[in-house]
Design a protein around this ligand. Structure first.
Ligand code: ADP
Ligand code: ZN
Length: 735
């Protein structure tokens, strides 16, 4: 048994006889540690113990063990592979709301009729107490208990009226458990399987084969341009798994887990709508609790969810789908730093089911696996209905600015293209991966830049609230009127954010209906849905946004996509910078021309000849990866080497630096041959949230020996106070 938040030290407890049949590895229990009652997880049931007089387990939570054996095995694998404690790995397998056992089922007062009055009785009541009679009629209309609030609304009376009826002995008001259903009250029109086109047919065949015979099938990599009908393959693949009595798990990036996406699945499987569970972070902890328990109790055949849904407690898995498999949000950035795509592939192998990774721009890692023959590659090269790929025009910002005629934000060519759309009633999307108004405030006289006091980044100006804010730690302060350093009033904004784009568009096209979609504009739970709804309905002409609008959205009337600055991600010190830029451009471009009209994409850039931009422009994924793989091989980057990044942080700079140096020295002594341990160096993000950060990167041919060396080195190292070490295996963010 491992108590929560204690690492890996298992303690022995006695199983009281009454609990014997409910206790198995994976069960959640309450136990006394010293004299405090805490939660813990059973990891093993043994016959004997070396502990004298072990204490008894106090209480078991739930019926069947909350972590089923397959998932407990996966947690063990995660602990070993990603270098974290088993306790931390087990913690991510079950949602917090369930694990803490604090949320309880939701109960609502219901009315049950216990005496059915005859007409005479009712009329007598109607004369004396007409409201009570109305309430009684509403209750009589249902054979089963109904919620008090619902009946009160129907009858147009106050809830208390039912209490009066209860006192008469005609009804009973009782509290009944009701599941919280985040999609309650919505109904979905059924949709039918589409007839597949010539490219889709063999792809679906391959998926079906894998469902039929998973032990012999390889993971499938479904590479299909946006709009090529990948989702249709998923839907029909799922149908096949369901028909064989099995279940399906669909992972999508958090950002694409939109009402649109959920609706597509619920509509297709309308006949089992109630058995489609959705797990994502916008749910309240109560809703999450209930959805999870529904799956746990076998009440779901299909689970759709973001990263952590890879641990959904489904039995009889027939197929796992990872849509947009290249998305970096599948990687968890806190311990355990697992990658949901990789866990999905592992889970599929363990549970003997098919796994399909889909993307228009597969990750270099997955592509490499396909090239090596580890994954089976399926291609969809054409858009459904032979729609053309959008035309991509690259505009050189250097020239635009030298010419002086253009706006710094929107080139004349882009403005012209937008104007044409406004005239014809078509819609435009403008994309910029940076929120706020301007990215920094810079004094023209002394050169002072307003920086975050806690992080090594400059503060972003948000004009609507007249504040400077830090996008790393959330620090906010009033925007100064004068330079805080030299008091000069000439402090200026530099760098462009989405707010400034919106502002410029409104100024240039005062009659256009403009909306902005980014984390600042979308603070309310519904604003996302509302803005998308309005855009879909055509009451917005121009939508400005961050990556929120880059993914998976489908608007037939959008014929123009403008990418304000394609260079944003290119100049960061990250070997994936090029890959990310290519992916982003391709995804954003995919939003254009999804209807009858041909789409156009305008890419503004300072580096028009960059390969990521040029290959994206020609829709040439394979050309891009070929070149990129060559570079990776040349420089020994993943996928040709495996990588672990160790980051040390402390509020005291010297401690972080010294610990990293010690770590590097010890690691070099213990790693096997062929492994390179990099120098201790300041992290690219040198300071975050008040902590100084140092790093070392390890590279070698395989993860296992690296992970083992790190774990044994860490065990033998006692960290100074206020020093924390984060181990990131297969890192995605190199900050
Ligand atoms: P992707 O997931 O690759 O972006 P989708 O599956 O969303 O592509 O397909 C794009 C559009 O084409 C959707 O509106 C979908 O309903 C439609 N579609 C997909 N397959 C077919 C088909 N075989 N026949 C007709 N329409 C299809
Ligand atoms: Zn900060």
């Amino acid at each position: 048994m491992i108590p929560d938040r204690t690492g890996d030290k298992a303690l022995d407890y006695l199983i009281p006889q009454a609990m014997e049949d409910r206790l198995a590895p994976g069960a959640r229990v309450r136990i006394f540690v010293r004299s405090r009652l805490v939660l813990g997880t059973v990891v093993e049931v043994v016959d004997t113990s070396e502990v004298k007089n072990p204490k008894e387990i106090h209480e078991v939570i739930g019926g069947a063990p909350l972590i089923r054996p397959q998932l407990l095995e996966i947690a063990r694998w995660i602990a070993e592979y990603y270098c974290c404690s088993l306790e931390a790995a087990m913690a991510c397998v079950v949602p917090q709301a369930v694990r803490k056992a604090e949320v309880t089922a939701l109960r609502r007062n219901h009315v049950r009729v216990v005496h059915t009055p005859d007409n005479e009785e009712l009329e007598a009541l109607a004369r004396r107490a007409p409201r009570q009679a109305d309430a009684m009629r509403a209750a009589l209309a249902h054979p089963d208990p109904r919620p008090v609030s619902e009946l009160a609304t129907t009858a147009g009376v106050a809830d208390a009226v039912f209490r009066a009826l209860e006192r008469k002995g005609w009804v009973k008001v009782e509290s009944i458990e009701v599941p919280r259903d985040p999609h309650g009250g919505e109904s979905f029109l059924p949709s039918h399987d589409l007839e597949l086109n010539a490219e889709q047919v063999p792809a679906l065949e391959a998926v079906k084969e894998a469902v039929e015979n998973p032990s012999e099938a390889q993971p499938i990599l479904l590479h299909g341009v946006t709009g090529s009908g990948k989702t249709e393959i998923y839907l029909q693949g799922i149908r096949h798994a369901l028909a064989r009595g099995r279940t399906a798990l669909v992972l999508v990036p958090e950002i694409s887990l939109t009402p649109q996406t959920v609706e597509r699945f619920k509509s297709r499987f309308a006949e089992i709508q109630g058995q489609v569970a959705v797990l994502h972070s916008h749910l309240s902890s109560g809703e999450r609790h209930d959805e999870w328990y529904k799956v746990h109790a076998g009440g779901a055949r299909i689970v759709i969810g973001a990263r952590s849904a890879v641990f959904a407690p489904l039995d009889d898995l027939g197929i796992i789908i990872v849509d947009e498999e290249h998305e970096s949000s599948y990687k968890q950035e806190d311990a355990p730093r697992y990658h949901a795509r990789d866990v999905a592939v592992l889970r599929a192998r363990r549970e003997n089911c098919a796994v399909v990774l889909g993307s228009a721009t597969p990750s270099i890692e997955s592509w490499h696996n396909a090239v090596k023959g580890k994954y089976r590659l399926l291609n969809l090269r054409l858009r459904v209905d032979d729609r053309r790929m959008p035309v991509i025009r690259v505009l050189d910002l250097r020239r635009a600015q030298r010419g002086g005629g253009g706006d710094a934000v929107l080139t004349p060519q882009l403005l012209q293209a937008m104007e044409k759309r406004l005239e014809t009633g078509a819609q435009t999307i403008l994309f910029l991966n940076r929120r706020g108004f301007s990215t920094s405030m810079l004094c023209q006289v002394c050169g002072h830049v307003c920086k975050c006091p806690n992080c090594s980044v400059s503060l972003t100006f948000h004009r609507d609230v007249a504040q400077l804010s830090c996008h790393i730690c959330g620090h906010n302060q009033r925007a100064p009127r004068n330079c805080p350093e030299c008091r000069d009033p000439g402090i200026r904004h530099s760098g462009v954010g989405t707010q400034k784009v919106e502002d410029t568009v409104r100024r240039v096209f005062p009659k256009a209906r403009v909306a902005r979609m980014d984390a600042d504009a979308m603070t309310r739970k519904d604003s996302y849905r509302q803005t998308l709804g309005a855009f879909k309905a055509g009451t917005i002409d121009i939508l400005v946004g961050t990556q929120m609008i880059a993914k998976g959205l489908h608007f037939p009337n959008v014929t123009l996509v403008g990418i304000i600055n394609a260079d944003l991600g290119l100049h960061v010190a990250d070997f994936r910078a090029s890959e990310r830029t290519f992916q982003l451009l391709t995804q954003v471009a995919g939003r254009a021309g999804r209807g009858e009209m041909e789409g156009e994409v305008v890419v503004q850039t300072f580096t028009p000849s960059h390969p990521a931009i040029q290959f994206a422009r020609h829709h040439d994924f394979e050309g891009f990866v070929e070149q990129e793989l060559e570079l990776r091989q040349q420089f020994g980057f993943p996928p040709y080497a495996r990588m672990v990044l160790v980051t040390v942080r402390s509020q005291i700079l010297e401690r972080a630096e010294f610990t990293t140096q010690t770590l590097v020295r010890r690691l070099r002594e213990s790693v096997p041959a062929g492994v390179v341990v990099g120098e201790a160096a300041p992290a690219p993000l040198e300071k975050a949230r008040g902590y100084y950060r140092f790093q070392t990167g390890l590279r070698g041919p395989a993860i296992r020996p690296l992970a083992r060396a790190i774990q044994s080195t860490m065990k033998g190292l006692s960290l100074p106070e206020d020093v924390f070490v984060a181990v990131d295996v297969d890192p995605v963010q190199l900050l």
